[in-house]
Ligand binder design. Structure first.
Ligand SMILES: [Zn+2]
Length: 73
């Protein structure tokens, strides 16, 4: 599998995925995904994506982190 952005090789491994849903940031650890070795682009499968949404909506988070927010102005 090749990266859509830089065309480099993507490696299949477990990685942390950060996603933003309605202004909330979620981090899901150890997600099986294709990761681009050059630019860091991550691609997850449809099944993995549904599992992530299920986790976020049904399960209690393991930990909470604080995220600094800035306005670019
Ligand atoms: Zn890339």
């Amino acid at each position: 599998m090749k990266c859509l952005y830089c065309g480099d090789k993507m490696e299949f491994k477990n990685t942390n995925i950060e996603l933003c849903i309605e202004n909330d940031i979620y981090v899901v650890k150890n997600v099986p995904a294709y990761v681009c070795e050059r630019c860091g682009e991550k691609v997850i499968g449809q099944e993995v994506a549904s599992r992530i949404y299920e986790l976020i909506s049904k399960k209690e988070a393991e930990a909470h982190i604080q995220v600094p927010v800035f306005e670019y102005a």
